[in-house]
Design a protein around this ligand. Structure first.
Ligand SMILES: [Zn+2]
Ligand SMILES: [Zn+2]
Length: 323
């Protein structure tokens, strides 16, 4: 019985985590690949049933995080307090003016499902609705498969729910990890977070190239979520996919969404995400297209073309910075 519960826990954990990483994050928040609407809904529902609350709320807040990283406008910057960065932001009641979905998520505001789950922009109501649906589902599961499976599912979903919260904090504590790219923020790659979150912990890579469906860039940076997107592409469930590699030159914030293999039809709609000429592009944050470039002094810290160790990479990186 214990074994079957554990297996069920791991299966549910994986499904809900995929919903967050492949669905909420890389698809909704960043539009780093395209897929049919039914595939989008299935992925998003897998995340929703992992206590992730309103998809539109999630994507909007996450886009704000990329846009205002480490500033006071960042919804969860650890430098302004650990409690606020971990859970405090989640408990606010409504969207502040600067992060309204009408401004940051115009590609989602007319979607009837996302609109419904957003509960009129009232965060508490949206979280409550999410909790109600989540607990009800486990009640139904208990009736069908027994309480053990339902409990394993509930436990997995609740643990999964903590993961993005944990990531938001840990991957923005410079001492907790390492940087491949000299981004002008605190983002770092953290291996154990990547393990728990199916590849999301390669967060410095992600801040360097938010529009990329691929986050793990070196041989050691295993990124199961990207492998899943790639597999979906291989069987035709994903159309276009934005993928950077470790050899992609990081040029600073204005180029964050540009991939190496940029398809001709690709339209860069913002510094946060890249969208092909698909329906979802309609209404996306076009105001950001023409935002003034902010040239940064950019140094690619480690080229990772060889298989040298991370410590060596860091040493070389420091030398480069000193030069
Ligand atoms: Zn971040
Ligand atoms: Zn992101």
């Amino acid at each position: 019985m214990l074994v079957s519960c554990l297996v069920a826990f791991l299966c549910f954990y994986t499904v809900h985590m995929i919903g967050i990483t492949v669905g909420y994050h890389r698809l909704l928040a960043h539009r780093s690949y395209t897929c049919p609407k039914f595939v989008e809904y299935i992925l998003v529902m897998a995340g929703y049933l992992g206590f992730e609350s309103s998809p539109m709320w999630w994507a909007t807040l996450h886009r704000a995080h990329h846009r205002y990283t480490d500033t006071e406008l960042d919804p969860h910057a650890p430098k302004y307090g650990m409690y606020e960065a971990y859970i405090g932001w989640f408990l606010h009641k409504e969207y502040a003016d600067y992060l309204k979905p009408e401004k940051l998520s115009r590609d989602m505001i007319n979607d009837p499902l996302y609109k419904f789950l957003d509960a009129g922009g009232n965060w508490h109501r949206a979280h409550l609705l999410n909790s109600f649906i989540n607990f009800s589902l486990r009640g139904v599961m208990a009736l069908i498969w027994g309480w053990e499976i339902a409990a394993a599912s509930l436990a997995a979903a609740l643990v999964v729910q903590q993961m993005p919260l944990l990531l938001n904090v840990v991957c923005h504590i410079p001492k907790a990890g390492y940087k491949n790219f000299n981004t002008a923020d605190t983002s770092v790659n953290v291996g154990w977070v990547a393990f728990l979150t199916l590849g999301e912990g390669w967060h410095n890579n992600h801040h360097a190239f938010p529009g990329s469906a691929r986050h793990g860039l070196t041989a050691a940076e295993i990124d199961p979520s990207w492998l899943i997107i790639r597999a979906m592409k291989a069987i035709g469930l994903v159309g276009w996919m934005n993928e950077v590699t470790i050899n992609t030159q990081y040029k600073g914030k204005q180029d964050q969404a540009v991939a190496v293999k940029k398809p001709v039809e690709l339209e860069i709609v913002s510094d946060l995400h890249a969208v092909g000429n698909i329906k979802d592009a309609v209404g996306a944050d076009r105001a950001l297209i023409n935002q003034p470039n902010q040239p940064l002094s950019v140094t690619v810290l480690a080229d990772h073309t060889s298989t040298r160790t991370r410590a060596e990479g860091h040493r070389r990186a420091r030398q480069k910075v000193k030069r």
